[in-house]
Design a protein around this ligand. Structure first.
Ligand code: ADP
Length: 392
């Protein structure tokens, strides 16, 4: 009897065990199905394990390849994170992002204050920073509070504004130069018109002379406006050159003929020393424009009975066109800035000779549009050689 009950309880135990196992299997199967039904999503607990959104590294990972520097500072004013760009900028500002405390890394009080404000008051601020090393750089630092992961940090973004400032300076200088250049002939025109109105109109000995001055100044304004428009079009990329294989000799002959009267006034001889079979790769119209500017200067700044010659040589796969004059030359200190707009060695003299100060800047841009360059070698009192280099 006892044996019977013993065998009965073993069977019951086995059945109960099997039942528990089946139930556990069912539960596991159900959980797995639920998980699969969710598709490719990851459970939030998984995210917590892989990355913590409260960590500012996540932000830095996203901004790793930005041009802007990113610096994140914690509540205790210690540097929490920064990207490579921020590290470069801080070292440019003679600081070190390796230091933990912000005050040690960047020794600029305004930077410290900006981060402090973002952390304590929660407001946005902007600071301008610059370094005056061998290469001047300017940065705009914008600091804002950063609320992530339940705590507050402060994020600073450094924008490199060096190029922007340079362009702004160029624009300001250009505007001031243009206004000045236009004002000079305009003042003269107004003065002579008023003189004529005040009675000089009846002065038969001088009225024509006054009208002549007015005409000359009006022409100067016209030339200036033409040159400004031309330069603006080139710089705005509106002018495209179409280089073709062209004959150089007839082109130089045409430019020389156009300037013959002007050269004749000064008894300057223009020599076309180009061989008749020379061919270069250039946009004919633009090359004519460049040569006209160079030849015009070579005549203008020449001495009485001087000489201008144009020759060609091939060098290292490029065509070099040299315009040589026997004029007053240019002293060394002016050479580095000679191709800048409105740069003149003698402003008053250039104006008297009808110059705008833009000719060489136009030549430089046109040569570069051809993939080439314009250069000058000159010596005061001896003369100058301007060379247009055109790639083959
Ligand atoms: P500009 O209208 O005054 O001629 P450019 O841009 O053509 O303006 O030339 C700028 C300045 O470069 C001139 O004012 C002059 O001082 C100098 N320059 C240019 N070409 C010559 C040259 N062949 N000989 C001497 N000085 C020159």
């Amino acid at each position: 009897m006892t044996e019977f009950f013993q065998s009965q309880s073993v069977v019951l135990l086995a059945i109960f065990g099997l039942f528990v196992l089946a139930l556990a299997g069912l539960l596991l199967w159900h959980r797995r199905r639920k998980k699969l039904a969710k598709g490719p999503y990851i459970e939030s607990s998984d995210i917590q394990k892989t990355f913590d959104p409260s960590r500012s590294e996540v932000l830095l990972e996203v901004t790793k390849n930005l041009r802007e520097g990113i610096l994140i500072v914690g509540r205790d004013m210690t540097i929490a994170s920064y990207n490579d760009q921020a590290q470069n900028i801080i070292s440019r500002l003679n600081g070190s992002s390796e230091r933990r405390r912000l005050s040690e890394a960047v020794r600029d009080l305004s930077v410290h204050e900006a981060f402090e404000k973002a952390l304590t008051v929660g407001t946005f601020s902007e600071v301008k920073l610059e370094n005056f090393g061998p290469e001047r750089k300017a940065f705009d630092l914008r600091v804002a509070p950063l609320e992530i992961g339940g705590g507050r940090q402060a994020i600073g973004i450094f924008y490199d504004i060096t190029e922007l400032e340079r362009l702004e300076k160029v624009r300001r200088e250009f505007l001031s130069n243009v206004s000045h250049e236009l004002r000079t002939p305009l003042t003269s025109i107004i003065a002579f018109v008023e003189t004529l109105e005040d009675g000089a109109l009846e002065d038969v000995d001088h009225n024509r002379q006054f009208l002549n001055v007015i005409r000359k100044n009006a022409h100067r304004m016209h030339r200036l406006i033409d040159d400004i428009l031309e330069l603006s079009s080139i710089e705005a990329g509106k002018i495209a050159v179409e280089p073709r294989d062209i004959q150089l000799f007839p082109l130089v002959r045409e430019v020389s003929v156009n300037l013959a009267a002007k050269a004749g006034d000064k008894q300057v001889t223009i020599k076309n020393e180009i061989s008749p079979d020379t061919r270069v790769r250039a946009d004919a119209f633009r090359l004519e424009q460049m040569l006209t500017n160079l030849l015009d200067n070579a005549v203008k700044f020449n001495r009485e009975k001087g000489e201008v010659s144009i020759c060609h040589e091939r060098h290292n796969g490029s065509d070099l066109i040299h315009v040589t004059d026997t004029g007053e030359g240019i002293s060394e200190e002016h050479l580095p800035r000679l191709f800048e707009r409105f740069y003149r060695t003698d402003k008053a003299r250039s104006r008297d000779l009808g110059g705008t100060g833009l000719g060489l800047a136009i030549v430089k841009h046109l040569a570069r549009l051809h993939g080439g360059e314009v250069t000058v070698v000159s010596e005061a009192e001896k003369g100058s050689v301007f060379t247009i280099e055109l790639p083959r």
